[in-house]
Design a protein around this ligand. Structure first.
Ligand SMILES: [Zn+2]
Ligand SMILES: [Zn+2]
Length: 423
């Protein structure tokens, strides 16, 4: 269909506004808005009519134009058949609503998404079926863009970046605006200075967090955690709904982590984004239980990088045995240096993980007698080495193991991660 035929087809039966006419030619010429394109097309047809050509279009499409040569009195148009006058009656009000909704949040960039109402889609599809879809742009795209431009003007924030701080989804059927807020990600390293607290909040399985007899009404199994100590000032400052914690591995609840472990804490639905992390770091570090270092704003991909990072670790373990330690056998521990340990999935986690054999190396090991039945071990292990099982043997599931070499039974272990070898 030629351009002119197409234009006549569009204007044939009903009044169609400039934006909706122009959108049918959106892929022709850049540097014009659809409104401008529509105006050009309308005027061109009006020229033809004024020159005496007989063109069958709805005259209300030329309301307000002054013809010199032909006697036409265009009647006042009804609403645009496609957009129902969206682009000049509704859009500004809607832009204001979006801006108002955004005003409760601190952000630099935003994006608009629209759920187009069914009557708009019907109007658009009718024109497409009659005039074809060559050169067209969907109405949704234009609404997103035009709404975005207006909101940009009101808020002075930038519209249309790749990962915007906020995406506003506007439902044109219900006028409801839903905001999708990008999480705020903060990277840092932490030390856990005490035993007995987990890395993340440990929700009570029996009640799912509501509080029950098993958890003494707390909804969780431990009073606090690394995550909870950290999130407190953060959630308060950025007014987030909650936090998610992503660590580069985790130490056991009863182990300290004196080495600095990388983490990302994700703050969900933050109202503020510009925060003084030095101040927050100082606030967190008033805690006697944990310390944090080098807090900085990160991107979401930092979480993936943590998950894929595997760091060797050095542990310090005070191990108490059942009987007196044989010094000759103690010397044999050195032979574990450079040895690959075969570990069936530990009994304590076998219910959660599949049962397989893991092979990890002991890079370095040294042992010191600190009591008749007590030694101090310093072990540097490859990432993923189950350290407790290496010491205890896990009923033969880990071979070789330290209890086996010493021919002695482990009574207790006090474990510290003293270095995480972040290369
Ligand atoms: Zn329209
Ligand atoms: Zn419970």
């Amino acid at each position: 269909m030629k351009i002119l035929e197409k234009a006549i087809e569009i204007l044939k039966e009903n009044y169609i506004c400039d934006s909706c006419v122009g959108r049918q030619f959106a892929e022709l010429l850049s540097g014009l808005t659809n409104k401008e394109r529509g105006k050009i097309v309308r005027h061109y047809i009006a020229f033809l009519i004024d020159s005496g050509e007989k063109i069958a279009v709805d005259s209300s499409n030329f309301y307000g134009m002054k013809f010199r040569n032909v006697k036409i009195r265009p009647k006042k148009p009804e609403k645009c058949k496609i957009c129902k006058n969206f682009f000049f009656e509704r859009i500004n009000g809607l832009a204001k609503l979006v801006a108002e909704k955004l005003s409760g949040y601190e952000f630099d960039s935003f994006l608009i998404g629209t759920i187009v109402s069914s009557d708009l889609i019907r109007g658009e599809e009718k024109v497409w079926s009659e005039a074809g879809i060559e050169f067209v742009e969907p109405i949704k795209n234009e609404i997103n863009r035009e709404l975005g431009k207006r909101v940009e003007k009101i808020t002075c924030k930038s519209f249309g970046l790749k990962s915007p701080d906020i995406t506003a989804i506007v439902n044109l059927e219900t006028n409801h605006i839903q905001l999708q807020i990008r999480s705020l990600y903060i990277y840092g390293k932490y030390q856990k200075l005490v035993r007995g607290i987990p890395q993340t909040k440990w929700i009570c399985k029996a009640c799912g967090g509501k509080g029950c007899i098993a958890c003494e009404g707390e909804g969780k199994l431990y009073k606090t955690s690394v995550q909870e100590i950290m999130e407190k000032p953060l959630i308060k400052t950025v007014k987030a709904r909650r936090s998610k914690f992503h660590g580069a591995g985790r130490e056991d609840v009863d182990a300290r982590c004196l080495g600095k472990r990388p983490f990302v804490i994700e703050l969900v639905n933050p109202r503020k984004r510009k925060i003084n992390l030095k101040k927050i770091q100082a606030w967190i570090n008033k805690s006697k239980k944990i310390k944090v270092y080098g807090l900085k704003i990160a991107q979401k991909r930092a979480i993936q990088e943590l998950k894929f990072s595997h760091y060797d670790k050095t542990y310090l373990a005070q191990v108490t045995f059942a009987k007196k330690i044989d010094k000759k056998k103690l010397k044999l521990l050195k032979t574990l240096r450079g040895v690959t340990i075969k570990q069936k999935t530990p009994m304590r986690v076998v219910r959660r993980r599949s049962n397989r054999v893991r092979k990890r190396k002991v890079n370095k090991i040294s042992a010191k007698l600190i009591g008749e039945k007590k030694i101090q071990l310093k072990i540097q292990g490859e990432a993923g080495l189950y350290i407790k099982e290496l010491i205890v043997g896990d009923e033969g599931r880990t071979e070789p193991n330290i209890a086996g070499i010493l021919d002695n039974k482990v009574k207790s272990i006090k474990l510290d991660v003293i270095k995480i070898h972040v290369s």
